[in-house]
Design a protein around this ligand. Structure first.
Ligand code: EPZ
Length: 416
């Protein structure tokens, strides 16, 4: 099991490039199931989750071609609408094949993703929406069995804002008979990027980015070429690493466009931030000022940046209050940060983080993707050596992490 050895206490200085967004690429790869024509994606990040999704699609009969950051998928030969447990259990986003398979093939057998470290994460809204569109769905032996000759457009309302729920239903509605309205839809930029890709494939969609998305079903979709948007969470993660180490960095191939609330909070914490057309620069203060956050669906503060902000608040001046409203168990990084010397008290879904003058390196363990990012940030700020264990979590969502951190002057090494 790989570990990351970090020598902390050095300000990050330099420039590195941001990759395409994992959470835009994953639904888009499944959108290729909706057509018998080839679909090409550029700026695809090189991540374990992307590899898992491509293997999942290939075992269904999709022809996968990959050259660098360009991926072409050809689902003409799609003949196995099944997502097996042994593949789904490693990546919850596999549930994103459900909507496209039912829409294109009239059937699907998709393993339930099961929970994960940050929460139960059920998929009841995905099932409720497809049922409303006419699918006959049974959940048996841990699999979702869906059948439907052709989906019908429907008026859908999700009980809570769900990103992949919105994406699954939007993709399914593209080939349904008639009109579909999704109310209480997720407004995340990745949902908009997916909608733009589907429209390029011939779908008729309006309202993406608002909480009401309208889709007029069509007979079939055609091929397209689409560039994946930059990863706003990877961007925010490196900004936090520079902020926590008193550094000064420039990130290219990205923008602050979808990070308003994160950028605002970093400025409240004392950072100077400048944005260019496709780059963003941050200069950290000598010491950060504590900033409180409350996670909520976009455009509010993203839950995927919560662990990173707990890390920067651990070394800030003052006390921050962090409220996590999306997932029921997304504070597992707190106990690991405390091992580094952080002063954190958890009370239900609220964390009270009292900044300390200095963290000290220790061995810590990653539990989920963004928690591990928070531990890396704290390790970079801590004095001495920090060893982060189980960094396979990081490899799921951060491309070439050591290389990018080294480009910013960090002393990090992957050890077996
Ligand atoms: C997406 O997960 C992201 N993953 C997550 O990023 C992100 O944390 C999350 O949205 C919230 O922004 C991808 O896009 C691949 P949800 P998703 O459905 O869609 C509950 C990362 O780090 N819910 O928006 O699975 C659910 O339990 C990952 O890159 C139901 O109860 O999240 C949660 O409490 C982690 N029933 C809340 O809604 C459902 O049917 C929001 O979940 C669906 C969701």
């Amino acid at each position: 099991m790989d570990k990351l050895l970090i020598e902390g206490g050095l300000p990050l200085r330099g420039e590195t490039a941001i990759s395409g967004a994992k959470n835009a690429a994953l639904p888009m790869l499944t959108a290729a199931l909706l057509t018998a024509e080839p679909v090409t994606f550029t700026n695809v990040p090189d991540l374990n989750d992307i590899g898992t999704m491509l293997r999942l699609l290939a075992q269904m009969g999709v022809v996968v071609e990959r050259q660098g950051d360009t991926v072409t998928l050809d689902a003409a030969g799609l003949d196995q609408p099944v997502a097996p447990y042994e593949m789904v259990k490693t990546m919850r986003a596999s549930i994103l094949v459900l909507g496209p398979l039912v829409a294109r093939m009239g059937e699907a057998r998709v393993s339930l993703p099961g929970g994960c470290a940050i929460g139960a994460r059920p998929v009841d809204q995905h099932i409720k929406g497809l049922t409303a569109m006419g699918a006959h769905i049974a959940v048996e032996q841990g699999y979702v069995h869906a059948k439907c000759a052709r989906l019908n457009g429907a008026r859908l309302f999700t009980d809570m804002v769900t990103v992949t729920g919105t994406e699954n239903l939007m993709m399914a509605a593209c080939l349904a008979a008639g009109d579909t309205v999704i109310e209480n839809a997720a407004r995340e930029p990745e949902v908009v990027d997916l909608a733009n890709c589907l429209v390029a494939m011939g779908a008729q969609i309006s309202g993406a980015g608002t909480d009401v998305i309208r889709i007029r079903g069509v007979e079939r979709l055609h091929g397209a070429v689409h560039r994946i948007m930059p990863d706003r969470i990877e961007t925010g993660t490196y900004l936090c690493a520079a902020a926590a180490t008193g550094g000064e960095i420039r990130l290219t191939g990205t923008s602050a466009a979808y990070l308003d609330v994160v950028v605002d909070k970093l400025m409240d914490a004392g950072c100077e931030i400048a944005t260019e057309r496709d780059a963003i620069r941050l200069k950290a203060p000598q010491r950060l000022t504590a900033v409180s956050i409350r996670t909520a669906p976009y455009p509010a503060f993203p839950t995927d940046m919560q662990a990173q902000f707990m890390a920067i608040n651990a070394v800030a001046d003052g006390t921050a209050i962090i409220r996590e409203t999306i997932f029921e168990n997304r504070f597992m990084h707190a106990v690991e940060l405390i091992r580094l010397g952080a002063d954190i008290r958890i009370d239900g879904n609220t964390a009270f983080v009292k900044g300390v003058g200095q963290l000290n390196g220790a061995t810590v363990m990653a539990t989920d993707l963004r928690a591990s990012a928070g531990l890396v940030i704290a390790g970079l700020a801590a004095r001495g050596e920090t060893l982060v264990d189980r960094i396979y979590h990081l490899d799921r969502g951060y491309e070439s992490l050591e290389r990018k951190l080294a480009a910013l002057g960090a002393r990090v090494r992957r050890v077996k």
